[in-house]
Ligand binder design. Structure first.
Ligand code: ZN
Ligand code: ZN
Length: 167
């Protein structure tokens, strides 16, 4: 979805508002992806000092836990606001995806803001214990080596190192 921001700044006299869902499933997400269409509402309000843009985004994302690889699902909802003047439309400081013709790419904007919003490391729970170093199953699942009272056989190389250090 594209919003003609340049034209709005030049001729917009009444607020513009839209709500939509966008399919961003094929985008280049860093390690996770939206579970379905991303819901958004966008508004532009003209004022004496350019226009105020507001964006609300609500998205469910799915990923694999960074420690145990179990599926993770999170919901993220956030709000952003920008003040834009016509003379700033093509300024480097205005960090909005605007085309040469002055159109604001809302899909791109939602993608960029969602990437900023979602934490870079996703865990199934804040205290996820990760995988058992012996058998590789999630520790939460309680494999036999982990439940056998922490008596997992130590790594042979570690044992040698310990011996060397204690000498
Ligand atoms: Zn986990
Ligand atoms: Zn194990």
């Amino acid at each position: 979805m594209v919003f003609d921001l340049k034209q709005f700044l030049q001729t917009g006299r009444t607020p513009y508002e839209t709500a939509f869902a966008c399919d961003l499933s094929g985008w280049d997400w860093p390690g996770y992806a939206p579970c379905g269409p991303v819901k958004a509402s966008f508004s532009a309000v003209p004022g004496e000092n350019g226009a105020e843009l507001q964006l609300n985004v609500s998205a469910g994302i799915s990923a694999a836990c960074a420690r145990c690889l179990e599926p993770v699902r999170q919901d993220h909802s956030f709000f952003r606001r920008w003040q834009v003047r016509e003379q700033d439309l093509f300024s480097e400081e205005l960090e909005l995806p605007i085309s040469e013709k002055g159109a604001l790419d809302l899909d791109e904007l939602i993608f960029e803001e969602l990437v900023l919003e979602v934490p870079p490391v996703l865990l199934c729970s804040p205290d996820c214990e990760g995988l058992c170093p012996v058998c590789g199953t999630p520790k939460a699942a309680g494999c036999s080596c982990c439940t056998a009272g922490q008596s997992a056989p130590a790594d042979a190389r570690l044992a040698i190192l310990k011996e060397l250090l204690s000498e």
